[in-house]
Every structure is written in C-alpha cells, then in structure tokens.
Write a new protein. Structure first.
Length: 100
C-alpha cells in the first residue's frame, strides 16, 4: 500500500482487465511483479481473507514506497474521504478497514 500525504495510491483497471473501470490498490504478486510500479516493499502489516466464488484469497498487506512516479494515466492518490466516490471492489474496502 502506497500512501502520500494521508492519501492512498489507487490504480484504475484497464478496459482489457476483468472488472474494468474499478479502482484498486496496486498489487505486488509473488515473484515481485507489480502493476507497472517501482516499489520498495516493507513487512506485512495485515492479512485479509477474501472469497470470489470458488477462490479463497489470503492477501498480505505491505506498506510500500514509490521508487519512481507512477506511469501517467490510470493512477491517482485518493483521500480516504473521497474513496466512496470511486467504484472499488469489496476487497479494497476490506484491506482499508483492516488498517484502521
């Protein structure tokens, strides 16, 4: 999770992604692949369980620091008060609730 000035970095899913148009927290997958970001990732601060139909996910939440600015378009820093104005998944809401 990347924060700046109390705001969260979110990524908008592209038209070719499943659930396109939703805003999500950037992810770093096993093997170090990230959503086009250069990050320094810290230790896990929370684990969130989530189910999508037959899939069971255990999402580990890590603070991260940007090593370079995010690519133009598709990324935005969002204040907590503005999160309800953007379409997000229930997983994003669970992750943010785990950090409060």
């Amino acid at each position: 999770m990347v924060t700046r000035g109390g705001r969260y970095l979110l990524r908008r899913r592209s038209n070719r992604d499943l659930m396109h148009g939703l805003w999500e927290l950037p992810a770093v997958r096993r093997g170090g692949r990230s959503d086009g970001l250069r990050l320094a990732v810290g230790r896990s601060v929370a684990t969130v369980r989530h189910s999508i139909t037959y899939r069971r996910l255990h999402v580990s939440v890590h603070p991260a620091r940007l090593l370079a600015e995010p690519p133009r378009g598709g990324y935005r820093f969002v204040a907590p008060a503005d999160l309800d104005r953007l379409p997000t998944s229930s997983l994003v809401r669970k992750v943010l609730a785990a950090l409060v």
